[in-house]
Design a protein around this ligand. Structure first.
Ligand SMILES: [Zn+2]
Length: 285
């Protein structure tokens, strides 16, 4: 599933490809993608005559800002956007097509069919599900160490599932949680309230730097993102931990281990990320 850096790269690519285009009509070929409004014909009619003013992001959701409406789109597992000429044949699994007045089309393909789209009146989207309950944006200035610890430091949950919970911090999924915990030297099964103040500081720095590095890597490869068919792909990063079980840790050489934590395959270095069992919740050490 794409996480914040991948969605951010898709956003930047779409920003270059579709801003300024005006919708002539919308074709919904698979109604289940549309979550709001309920009526597919209303969904399709709302955007006719509307121009895309910008493409933004909240967590892992793309927000297409039109004149009077916002289209909120989640790619989930396999969703893909592409920009095509209207005379190019539709590929299999193309579920929603935005036909533009200039003869081009934005097509949404999704083999797994888990993606979602919502249309709300402009700026209403942030007050409605699914965006309403989302937590802190880790690349915003508002994501300070204090903002993070205010929300997380007293929790008794294990740190990994807490970081995966989008109601606290958005955009980091299984891959970037493992990478961030490795950079911070924190075992994924530590209870949140057992982390010291310096560990919280390291974790905050690790989350921000891991995501910034990944966004920078994706941003530098935007050209390779759009393939010959106009499809916007996903950049695959090289990870220190993710998918490297059995390989030597890049810091200490110990074999990277993999175990299931909170139902998710979790990669960590048993030497760099020891499972301490401290009972203090003050975080003074
Ligand atoms: Zn190590």
């Amino acid at each position: 599933m794409p996480e914040l850096p991948e969605v951010e790269t898709v956003r930047r690519t779409l920003q270059q490809l579709v801003v300024g285009k005006t919708v002539e009509r919308v074709t919904v070929r698979l109604p289940r993608i549309v979550q709001h409004p309920d009526d597919i014909e209303i969904f399709a009619a709302l955007l006719v005559g509307e121009t895309i003013r910008s493409v933004e992001r909240r967590g892992k959701f793309l927000r297409f800002i039109f004149d009077h409406y916002t289209l909120v789109s989640h790619l989930r597992m396999e969703g893909r956007y592409g920009v095509y000429r209207s005379d190019e044949p539709l590929e299999p699994h193309t579920h929603v097509v935005f036909h533009f007045t200039d003869g081009s089309e934005l097509r949404y393909k999704d083999v797994r069919q888990f993606g979602t789209m919502h249309i709300f009146a402009k700026d209403q989207d942030l007050q409605e599900a699914p965006l309403r309950k989302l937590g802190l944006e880790p690349l915003d200035e508002a994501f300070t160490l204090k903002a993070m610890t205010d929300r997380l430091a007293k929790r008794t949950t294990k740190i990994k599932p807490l970081l995966l919970n989008q109601e606290y911090i958005v955009g980091i999924g299984n891959i970037y949680v493992d990478e961030s915990l490795f950079r911070a030297g924190i075992h994924p099964e530590r209870e949140a309230n057992s982390l010291s103040a310096s560990e919280w500081a390291k974790l905050h720095e690790a989350i921000v730097s891991t995501l910034r590095d990944a966004v920078a890597a994706g941003g530098s490869s935007i050209k390779s993102f759009v393939n010959g068919q106009g499809e916007i792909g996903m950049f695959q990063h090289q990870f220190n931990m993710y998918g490297r079980q059995g390989e030597p840790c890049p810091t200490c050489g110990q074999h990277i281990e993999k175990k299931v934590v909170a139902g998710r395959g979790t990669h960590y270095c048993p030497k760099c990320q020891p499972l301490k069992r401290k009972r203090s919740s003050g975080g003074k050490t």
